[in-house]
Design a protein around this ligand. Structure first.
Ligand SMILES: [Ca+2]
Length: 392
């Protein structure tokens, strides 16, 4: 079985080539009108009417999906809390058992695609507990509900069209179930990714992301390669930082050669530093764990936009591959969700664009925190503390 991604059908390319800007994506309005608009858009894109109908038939809005979408409070947890909740010794042990069970497949994926087993095992564990918990939402209704909702229609409307393309290939089960946000199977992939990267890992001639672990794992590896995974490169490495670093240089996206970090006194917890560009991440500030993130790390946001989630999965992947428990250090206490909202309001009042006031320490809030810390003469490590909140 060749592992190269199969060629995209011309139809998929045509749809991919015309991404709609967020403001142009229709949303809201009467449900029937919304479905009618989708039907028309599908026909215009060359999707057979019966394939569109196979997805739209019996469609209903799912209020539970909207409730979940608006209640993602776990995103407010910090890295220490989140990682300690998701990574137990039992989970590390089960990952080892799963690695043993599927070792031949992992060997083959690493040899041919360069995607490491630790990464695949980590996301398989986090997304569905190795396939055990895949979600019982009606996937078609979930996708349609989120495409109709005006929060992120630009993300979900193309997924509905991708589902129709899968239906045109005879690969869409109208009654398929999965996660509330429309992901399907053991590694939780969205229709567009299934269309593009779905693969038959067990060689039975079908792509079965729910029932077949080899299919799900190979598809995940294909997806990471397709999204830019650099074969055989590390993604994350724990480091020890000196007490007097210029903290304003830290944060995701602020890359410099790993050798520069070494010259500033940053040293690897184990092994040596690779010859790669690296960002220094301090998820809970300068007194907590420290990691160098390499170019592969952002590729992992395919599964989740939350840096805390991605960093935790990336770290778990290193644990599976033999890294020790991180040095937790003694970080300064963080803010509660309510305090974080208050902080975001004060940052916004000072002219910073922190995005939504949601109590989540996202990239823009971190940047604003770092800028204000520097202005106030505080260590600019992007970790918001009570002292910063009071100073603002
Ligand atoms: Ca298969």
């Amino acid at each position: 079985m060749p592992l190269v991604p199969r060629a995209l059908p011309a139809l998929a390319l045509a749809v991919c080539a015309l991404p709609l800007a967020a403001q142009e994506v229709p949303c809201g309005g009467p449900w029937g009108d919304f479905l009618e608009g989708l039907r028309a858009e599908a026909v215009a894109a060359g999707i057979p009417p019966e394939a569109a109908e196979a997805v739209l038939r019996g469609a209903r809005q799912d209020e539970r999906v909207l409730a979940r979408d608006r209640g993602q409070t776990h995103l407010q947890q910090d890295f220490l809390t989140f990682s300690q909740r998701l990574i137990s010794q039992d989970r590390v042990n089960r990952a080892a058992a799963m690695e043993e069970r599927h070792r031949a497949l992992f060997d083959r994926i690493e040899a041919e695609l360069g995607v490491p087993r630790g990464i695949l095992l980590a996301f398989w564990a986090f997304e569905t507990d190795f396939g055990a918990v895949q979600g019982d939402f009606d996937t078609t209704d979930a996708l349609l509900t989120l495409a109709h909702d005006c929060r992120r229609p630009e993300l979900f409307r193309p997924q509905v069209l991708a589902a129709m393309e899968l239906a045109a290939r005879g690969e869409w089960d109208r009654d398929v179930t999965g996660a509330w946000a429309g992901e399907i199977g053991q590694v939780q992939m969205l229709p567009r990714d299934i269309l593009e990267f779905g693969a038959d890992g067990d060689g039975d001639g079908r792509v079965d992301l729910k029932g077949s672990a080899p299919d799900a794992l190979l598809s995940a590896a294909q997806m990471l390669r397709g999204l830019g995974w650099r074969p055989d490169e590390p993604w994350l490495q724990e480091v020890v930082v000196p007490g007097d670093l210029d903290w304003s240089l830290t944060g995701l996206g602020r890359e410099r050669p790993a050798s520069d970090w070494a010259a500033m006194g940053v040293s690897p917890r184990e092994g040596t530093l690779p010859d790669l560009p690296a960002s220094l991440l301090l998820p809970v500030g300068r007194k907590g764990p420290a990691f160098l993130a390499y170019p592969n790390l952002p590729v992992l946001t395919a599964w989740n936009q939350s840096l805390t989630y991605v960093l935790t999965a990336a770290y778990f992947a290193t644990r599976i591959e033999g890294a020790p428990r991180y040095l937790a250090g003694e970080p300064e206490p963080g803010l509660s969700g309510e305090e974080m909202r208050l902080l975001q309001e004060r940052l916004a009042a000072r002219g910073h664009d922190v995005g939504a006031i949601d109590g989540i320490l996202g990239a823009r809030t971190r940047d604003a925190v770092q800028a204000e810390q520097a202005r106030l003469g505080l260590p600019a490590d992007a970790w918001p503390t009570r002292a910063l909140l009071d100073a603002l």
